[in-house]
Design a protein around this ligand. Sequence first.
Ligand code: SF4
Ligand code: SF4
Length: 231
Amino acid sequence: MSMLTVLRETLGGFKSLLVGMRITAREAAKPLITVQYPHETLKMPGRFRGHVKLILDPATGKSRCTACNLCVRACPSDCIDVEGLKREGEKKKSVTEYVLDFTTCSLCGSCVEACPSDAIEYSKDYNVVSRNREDFGRIDLVKNLQGEAAVWTKNHPTPQPAPATAASTGLPAAGNPVAASPSASASAPTTPASASASAATVSSVPATTPPVAGSATTVGAPPQVPEQKST
Ligand code: SF4
Ligand code: SF4
């Protein structure tokens, strides 16, 4: 081996070393992207396909599924079972059972595309793990939606009737100087019984429920970290 070859190989090796050190230094200066799983979970990108799930209609707090069975017919793997019921006073059926066999689902998306009511979508759940295959043979999507529906109900309290006012009841308001005047007393005499009834009426109206700070999907669930771009 000539001296020239040795020199060329030495320089080539040194250049390769510098390139490697430059990459190492650049990556070392970047913020950490390690996710402390399972204490933290990733926010999955919009195009991620988890198993199919029912969508909660934000206007009604219920599923939009009308049990039309179009998704069942569109599924090439025959892995959906849907049952519905037409309730009194409703024009369309409501879903009562939506069972997915995830062991044979190929995530082809035919069911999502076939749905005329936009009632199903891919979930972002990637923590689908078990030692038992049967755990995924019958995923009850209606039951899964109940948790979201409970949160929706908490955040949309039923409007309470307005508290009774002095004008509506004909009783003098407490601390109102007009009510203490002789004329007012004469037109609407205050008796101990009526006063206690008035207090009972007001106290029986519960205070408006304050908005819930967290939701069942966040409380107790591991914090999510933003989606990371792969290098
Ligand atoms: S994604 Fe495809 S295979 Fe899976 S349930 Fe829907 S239609 Fe069936
Ligand atoms: S999910 Fe859509 S297509 Fe399937 S039964 Fe419900 S409304 Fe019909």
